[in-house]
Design a protein around this ligand. Structure first.
Ligand SMILES: [Zn+2]
Length: 453
């Protein structure tokens, strides 16, 4: 786990700073990002980062120090940032709740440091309280990447931030009884934007509320988020750590992934090739799902033996799911061989497909799935063939939609559970897909296109 924001330089840690960091490591924290709030505090954060391998630093002057941000201060920050233990400019930002400095002075200090972040190509660690209408346009204009730390907005605001490519970091507040809006925001944030922090020594999570907060307590918030989002603790760890690594330029895993766990299922990545080029698909830009890297060149595509070895014991999972960013039926022989092995060992199998396998094979493939695949989920996406063509951009053009529906009909005769999914994409009539499912006699699910995996 990475605690992406903890003020370990605070005087409240003077008596036991090393013990606090040892406890964090014992609890499973691998990195702590310590931001600066003033020039002196930024220096202290860097000193600590050089003394302790768990700590990385950010340098910045916060809204309370806004009056001190002048040309000279920016020059000092630039010098401090030239350090391999410095990973960001922060924390910087606006606070219109306390208004401890005049707002125009806060904005000027924020703008100057955003400009520095852009110049140095560093991410910004942003504090924003009751100031989103000023803060977000400033971030958009500056064009920097960054994180909204200790996020305090609602779901709509969170999605506006995500649309700007920003990360959203949740602190202990999300665990408090009155934080329903914050929990709604956490559910709305796509996993590729999710980060976690303690904001130590402040805001200890509910289970340890009233105590001085410390990085080890990030686990309380992580467990809470896992429950809230229907994920495992491992999922939350992988997601938030990967996002923090990507944001802070620490290098995230890009090894070939054949099998990848999410929740209690194991997903199988057979290929990146697809007969669709869906307008909403991030495959070409960032083939990552819930922290798993799924990028795969054609020559890296795994053999059936490799997949079977990567799966291990299928009884360890609810389901083995053929999925990934590519279309699994493009590798039908491997898919069937792996499915046979999983079934022989008592596992359950599911196929997530775009439903164009018949076109690829030149014949109906559903009979071959019989006895090997327990459930099929087909991305029909919309009940409107023209909209389907526009959204999915299939290699098979206008022929694709009818072929998908024909696959659904035949799959129903050979596979116990068949579902079609609609996409909650702007302009898609998901209820019409529900009625289509009724007519076809299959299950129906709506899929949130921003939420992968
Ligand atoms: Zn802070």
């Amino acid at each position: 786990m990475i605690d992406s924001h903890a003020h370990i330089t605070a005087p409240r840690f003077d008596d036991d700073r090393d013990a606090v960091l040892d406890r964090a490591e014992e609890a499973g924290v691998e990195l702590v990002v310590c931001p600066g709030t003033t020039l002196a505090d930024s220096r202290a954060a860097l000193d600590l980062a050089h003394r302790h391998r768990l700590v990385l630093a950010a340098v910045g002057m916060d809204r309370d120090a806004a009056a001190d941000v002048d040309g000279g201060a920016i020059d000092r920050l630039r010098e401090l940032a030239d350090d391999d233990r410095c990973v960001a400019i922060g924390e910087i930002g606006l606070d219109y709740h306390y208004d401890r400095q005049p707002r125009d002075i806060q904005r000027a200090a924020f703008e100057a440091q955003l400009e520095l972040a852009r110049e140095l190509d560093l991410p910004a660690i942003v504090h924003c309280r009751e100031a989103f209408d000023d803060c977000l346009p400033m971030l958009e204009t500056a064009g920097v990447r960054g994180v909204l730390h200790c996020f305090s907005g609602d779901a709509d605001t969170a999605l506006r931030c995500c649309d700007l490519g920003l990360m959203i970091s949740f602190a202990g507040q999300v665990t408090y009884k009155r934080s329903d809006d914050l929990r709604e925001a956490a559910r709305a944030v796509p996993s590729q934007h999710l980060m976690i922090e303690t904001d130590s020594p402040y805001l200890a999570p509910q289970t340890v509320r009233g105590k001085r907060n410390e990085p080890a307590f990030v686990m309380h918030t992580a467990r809470f988020l896992a429950d809230l989002l229907g994920l495992t603790l491992e999922d939350v760890d992988r997601i938030t750590s990967t996002n923090a690594r990507l944001l802070f330029g620490l290098g995230a895993d890009r090894e070939r992934t054949i099998a990848y766990p999410i929740r209690d299922s194991l997903y199988v990545n057979l290929t990146n090739r697809c007969t669709n080029r869906c307008v909403f698909c991030p495959r070409s830009a960032a083939p990552r799902v819930k922290g798993h890297w799924l990028g795969m060149e054609r020559e890296q595509e795994p053999t059936a033996e490799e997949v079977i070895a990567a799966i291990g014991d299928p009884a360890d999972y609810d389901e083995i799911v053929f999925c990934g960013f590519g279309e699994p039926t493009l590798r039908l022989d491997v898919l069937l061989e792996v499915a046979r092995s999983v079934k022989q060992r008592g596992g359950r199998t599911r196929l997530n497909t775009n439903g164009q396998g018949d076109l690829v094979a030149g014949e109906p493939i559903a009979p071959k799935l019989s006895g090997l695949i327990d459930s099929v989920s087909v991305s029909v996406n919309t009940a409107d063939p023209d909209q389907y063509a526009a959204l999915s951009r299939s290699d098979y053009g206008g022929r694709a939609y009818d072929a998908v529906l024909e696959f659904v009909r035949t799959a129903k005769q050979h596979v116990p559970h068949v579902a079609i999914t609609a996409l909650d994409y702007p302009g898609v009539d998901t209820e019409a897909v529900g009625r289509l499912a009724e007519r076809l006699g299959v299950e129906f699910r709506s899929r949130a296109y921003k939420h992968l995996g």
